[in-house]
Design a protein around this ligand. Structure first.
Ligand SMILES: [Fe+2]
Ligand SMILES: [Fe+2]
Length: 193
């Protein structure tokens, strides 16, 4: 990452995120770089995607809906707004990465966009960011360490465990489960059968 872009991103995150979210973003980037090194993925992409994955977390919800209105998947978008609006930040973060930092790299943008819901057939960078978001140093739930160790060996297996934690959390709270996450689960749990 160029020093200039690095400084721009840190300045933006420092200004726009809470201290705990800033720390989380930094931790996700550190773990993402480690996993990228382990799995021969691009370290630069991992670092940027990790730092920016939650960059719009504190954006006003009305503002997010306004900028995301033209979303191609209208049905899922309206369900997200209605049932689980905190998911919007992943789409808004992708938008912000493009707008504020002129990121055009599709691999980075997809990793930011899909870090909350997942999807079938994710790239290795998407898997790395999804898993790193789930088990970065600041996460407190008990499966974190296992998922993190698994991710150093097998990204698909770690992804299945991370999806499981997410789905269990949603169903335990009787909350809406986005069909994209269910599709990702079915895809990866059946992939090697
Ligand atoms: Fe997030
Ligand atoms: Fe995150």
């Amino acid at each position: 990452m160029s020093r200039n872009l690095e400084k721009q991103i840190f300045d933006y995150l420092y200004k726009n995120l809470s201290p705990s979210r800033f720390e989380h973003s930094y931790n996700v980037a550190i773990l993402a770089v480690e996993l990228a090194l382990k799995h021969n993925e691009d370290i630069f992409e991992a670092q940027i995607a990790g730092l920016l994955h939650d960059c719009a977390k504190n954006m006003d919800q009305k503002e997010m809906i306004k900028i995301l209105k033209k979303n191609k998947d209208a049905k899922i978008f309206s369900d997200i707004c209605k049932f689980s609006s905190q998911i919007l930040h992943s789409f808004a973060s992708e938008f912000t990465a493009k707008k504020e930092f002129k990121i055009k790299n599709k691999n980075i943008l997809n990793a930011i966009k899909n870090h909350t819901l997942g999807r079938p057939n994710m790239s290795n960078l998407e898997k790395i960011i999804f898993v790193a978001d789930c088990c970065s140093k600041d996460r407190k739930f008990k499966e974190t360490k296992n998922i993190c160790s698994l991710a150093r060996i097998d990204l698909d297996k770690a992804l299945v465990q991370a999806l499981k934690v997410k789905i269990q959390f949603v169903t335990y709270n009787n909350a809406w489960l986005c069909p994209k996450t269910l599709d990702a689960w079915n895809f990866y749990v059946c992939k090697n059968k």
